[in-house]
Design a protein around this ligand. Structure first.
Ligand code: GDG
Length: 479
């Protein structure tokens, strides 16, 4: 798996992420093609990718299989092979069994296993090697997320000529939690290999800078670090967003309008439609939200003849034990609430453990009166922004956890603490019953925020800063 690769060409802009932005399509005649998987990041970077002859380095999704680099839709794709054991140890193990819970406020206990760490180091090195092979002299390389935190340093050792950015999509935890990690210093050094380290929120950047001072004894001033070689590294917040205009356009189509109306009709024309959309993940506060809705129904404060909850829970990380357990817990809770209503007819909760096309998501967002987003901890949460972007007028209400990064920007949402079930219930009722004029005032401001700070704005802010840092335009600030 570590054999040298030969890209079809070199690129001056390279994205490195755990997954390639394509899925394989197998045809009946035995041939295979690749279809671009529509993620926000791919869409956002498309213009930059195409104008810079971009390349993308990432796993292609099939264990134990080596795929040669290939050109697809104008992009050079460089697959990184992973063995079955590496998927278990690097991806499901260290990334999702150690880092994910540790970085999300240890909402479940992280597991620290040395063989997982060893696989993480080995796989990060493989990503760095492949990136070094495809990046042109002086290229910009943008490394994404918690699975690849060692890549910046490994890459700098191989290719000091490169300009390296790193962006963390999940929270960077408080120092008291981070220091539990047996490999805490290695990861800090890994990140410092970048010229710019980006976080969702200022707090994450602050946590990182404090750790760099405390643990590595490096000098920091404001958002800058002087590394051991005298290089300046910048750490700053870039709240990620969505392609707001194009999602709005999809939501505005006649087809979406018709589908939204059909959804409401299928639900028996509820007066109030509550909606939740999440990956099935223990950070998302699914149990708290369903519990709150169930109690409101049981107490008669929500009439199931008049209100309905649709919860989409997209299957995720199904081979990790905590995810399987969570799925069982949700099944049980939803079953209990629906059965306790004890009447013939539609159940109050429509629970969908499935994944849907974008068009269907847009129709759901458009149909919903109250969007409920209740993570216990979330780097940003794009679902909250997507709901806002799909509004056709200043209507609807967003109930949003203060522990989602998005709460920093979406101040006009109905903010809640998901651990406080009573508070959550009160706010759900308030949002459901709020006068149109109040909802309009809030939604107008939310919409402005989301449309003015879209994904292009995010990518531009990051890449402009990276350029300034590497051009030396960023001065080491005076004391
Ligand atoms: C991580 C961070 C941060 C969901 N179900 C379906 C579907 N989705 C789409 C949503 C949304 C995306 O998946 C989920 O994004 P989130 O931001 O809500 O959450 P994570 O997956 O945890 O993402 C997060 C993000 O990275 C970006 O930096 O905001 O904090 O945890 O776009 O619409 N899309 C389709 N069908 C589904 O069934 N098509």
């Amino acid at each position: 798996l570590d054999a040298e690769v030969r890209p079809t060409r070199r690129a001056s802009f390279v994205v490195v992420a755990n997954r390639l932005p394509v899925d394989r399509v197998e045809h009946p005649d035995g041939t295979t093609t690749w279809r671009t998987s529509p993620g926000g990041l791919v869409t956002a970077l498309e213009p930059v990718m195409h104008s810079h002859h971009g390349a993308w380095v990432g796993w292609h999704g099939a264990p134990d299989e080596v795929v040669e680099p290939f050109e697809n839709d104008g992009l050079e794709l460089v697959p990184v092979p992973l063995s079955e054991a590496e998927v278990a140890d690097y991806y499901e193990g260290f990334s999702n069994g150690t880092l994910w819970p540790l970085y999300h406020d240890v909402v479940v206990p992280p597991e620290f296993r040395r063989e997982w760490w060893d696989a993480y180091v080995r796989v990060n090195q493989r990503f760095a090697d492949r990136t070094a092979a495809v990046a042109d002299e002086g290229a910009v390389v943008w490394v994404q997320d918690y699975q690849l935190q060692l890549v910046p340093q490994m890459l700098r050792e191989l290719r000091p000529d490169l300009n390296i950015g790193f962006f963390l999509h999940i929270p960077f935890p408080p120092t008291e939690l981070y220091v539990q990690l047996p490999w805490r210093d290695q990861i800090l050094r890994g990140l410092l290999g970048a010229d710019l380290v980006g976080f969702q929120l200022g707090g994450g950047a602050q946590n990182f800078l404090r750790l760099v001072r405390q643990r590595l004894h490096l000098e920091t001033r404001r958002e800058y670090v002087h590394d051991a070689d005298g290089r300046t590294v910048m750490a700053r917040a870039y709240p990620i967003s969505i392609a707001a205009a194009s999602l709005h356009e999809l939501a505005s189509s006649d087809a979406t309008a018709a589908r939204a109306a059909e959804i409401r009709a299928d639900l028996g024309e509820p007066k109030v439609l509550f909606l939740g959309v999440d990956r099935l993940d223990y950070t998302k506060g699914l149990l708290e939200r369903i519990q709150a809705f169930g109690e409101l129904v049981a107490e008669g404060r929500i009439d199931p003849e008049e209100a309905a909850l649709v919860q989409v829970a997209t299957p995720s990380r199904e081979r990790v034990e905590q995810y399987r357990n969570l799925r069982d817990d949700i099944d049980r809770l939803v079953g209990r609430i629906n059965s306790e209503v004890a009447r013939i007819g539609r159940p109050p909760i429509t629970y969908l453990h499935a994944s849907y096309p974008r068009e269907e998501m847009a129709a759901l967002y458009r149909a919903a009166d109250v969007m409920i987003v209740t993570p216990l901890r979330d780097g940003m949460n794009l679902v909250a922004k997507e709901y806002v972007a799909c509004r056709q007028a200043d209507d609807g209400a967003l109930v949003l956890s203060e522990f989602a990064g998005a709460a920093r920007e979406l101040r006009q949402a109905y903010l809640i603490n998901p651990h406080d079930i009573d508070g959550l219930k009160e706010t759900m009722v308030e949002a459901m019953n709020a006068p149109a004029r109040i909802k309009a005032r809030r939604m107008r401001l939310l919409r402005r925020q989301v449309f003015e700070h879209d994904i292009d704005h995010w990518a531009r802010a990051f890449l402009d800063d990276l350029d300034r840092v590497v051009q030396g335009k960023v001065e080491w600030p005076a004391r």
